[in-house]
Design a protein around this ligand. Structure first.
Ligand code: ASP
Length: 444
């Protein structure tokens, strides 16, 4: 059994968190590969090391002294080292970084130092080997990870002891450091899980997995014990942010389950993310609804034109105008001669009236309407498939709570039903669905 354990910033924020990580690693000898983020916030007033490094970079760029911020970072690392009685020569490490900064460095080099230093300390503390991500995570020049090369590089570093690899960065073929998008250590963990053929990819964070709904909206929502990759995609796309979106792809290719766990509550089994949950479902039948999520602030542009449905290419012409302005479209609900285009309001903030002008000129609609303040709520659940009456029950819930539905969308895979309501009904709607389908079902 091989487990890859990725620890997020909050799990390595200070010496106390390092101790928890060690206890987790020592509790299971199959946790042989560790991927670490940079130290995160110790408290609400604190800052993530990566944020501070980006700030230092901006200071360097504008010729303002970065020392006060850099010293703050250095102090944090030294405190962890000293409290844990580690020997890492941080003075030498920081002197080397300062030297590069004076000479002129790339942003990617500087911001990757958080993961680099955290992982060096962690490797020493765990008694594991350290493999610099610049030496083992190989990017191609097009920005894609070269999995075959990465696999060989990681393999060459495997000894008897476990291995700690910094998350978030790798190197181009010429050795230049390249970082991933923010939160990218989740992706590194997934890449490592893929190349070492892990049985499970554990993602340790500060929440006990995915919750059925956002705890800022629903009071104490239940956790999701098991979710499949596709459900997760729907949930994350619509706003549930526990794991980086792109972390799914490397593990999905090899059907490796992801287990989201809480470093501060290691006894909690967390959420298991799998290609297929049917085995788990046979033991523990899931709720009809796996999760409820959503986002506010969408704009709907509705075009009405008699006999448009018979016009070949009508929809394409509408959509290509949005494409001209690089606006990504959320969905296009339509009836016979009415076509609504739903987009995130932010996307059309600066170009809505240009788009409208182009639509009028090109499409010549009989009428064109714009509505904003639309919220989309996605009700996601693998168990909804082939359940007659499911959407009926869902929609009647909106009706009995006097919530007006503006849009309904369900694809044929029946994995999710997306309902559009006014922004002001967003929280109420999520609470109603939760009460009716999760809380009440649990009671019965
Ligand atoms: N430290 C990086 C960030 O804050 C990457 C990560 O934590 O995954 O985005």
């Amino acid at each position: 059994m091989i487990k890859v354990a990725k620890f997020g910033g909050s799990s390595v924020a200070n010496a106390e968190q390092f101790r928890k990580v060690k206890a987790i690693i020592e509790a299971d000898s199959s946790r042989r590969f560790v991927v670490s983020s940079a130290c995160g916030k110790e408290s609400n007033e604190d800052h993530k090391v990566t944020d501070l490094l980006y700030l230092c970079e901006a200071h360097v760029r504008f010729g303002v002294s970065y020392e006060p911020i850099f010293e703050q970072i250095e102090k944090k690392y030294r405190r962890i080292r000293d409290e844990l009685n580690l020997k890492l020569d941080l003075e030498k490490e920081f002197a080397a970084i300062r030297k590069v900064m004076k000479r002129g460095m790339s942003t990617d080099y500087l911001v990757s130092r958080g993961e680099y230093l955290t992982s060096k300390l962690l490797a020493e503390y765990l008694g594991f080997d350290f493999a610099d991500a610049a030496d083992v995570i190989a990017f191609r020049y097009d920005g894609e990870v070269d999995m075959a090369k990465t696999e060989k590089l990681i393999e060459s570093r495997i000894q008897d002891r476990g291995l700690v690899i910094p998350g978030f960065y790798g190197a181009l073929p010429n050795g230049v450091i390249r970082v991933m998008s923010r939160g990218g250590s989740d992706i590194t963990g997934a890449i490592v899980a893929n190349v070492v053929g892990a049985d499970i990819y554990e993602n340790w964070t500060d929440v006990s997995g995915f919750l059925v709904a956002d705890p800022r909206i629903v009071k104490k929502p239940l956790a999701i014990p098991c979710i499949n990759y596709n459900e997760l995609r729907e949930m994350s796309y619509m706003g549930a942010n526990v794991l980086h979106d792109d972390a799914i792809f490397p593990v999905k290719k090899k059907n490796i389950p992801i287990n989201v766990r809480n470093t501060n509550e290691p006894e909690n089994p967390g959420t298991l993310i799998m290609a297929d949950c049917s085995e788990a479902d046979a033991v523990n039948p899931p709720h009809f609804i796996t999760g409820i999520t959503g986002r506010k602030d969408f704009t709907v542009i509705t075009l009405i034109k008699m006999h448009a449905s018979a016009e070949v290419g009508f929809l394409r012409r509408i959509l290509s105008i949005f494409e001209e302005y690089h606006v990504s479209i959320e969905s296009v609900p339509s009836t016979v001669d009415t076509f609504s285009v739903i987009v995130a309001s932010k996307q059309v903030e600066h170009c809505l009236y240009d788009i409208v002008g182009r639509l009028k000129e090109e499409i010549r609609p009989d009428d064109l309407r714009i509505e904003d303040h639309l919220a989309l709520i996605a009700v996601v659940g693998r168990a909804m498939k082939d359940q007659p009456g499911m959407s009926g029950r869902l929609l009647s819930e909106f009706g009995s709570n006097e919530i007006n539905i503006k849009v309904i969308n369900q694809s044929c895979d029946e994995l999710s039903i997306v309902v559009g309501v006014h922004n002001r009904d967003f929280e109420k709607a999520i609470n109603c669905i939760y009460e009716r389908f999760i809380a009440e079902e649990k009671e019965n």
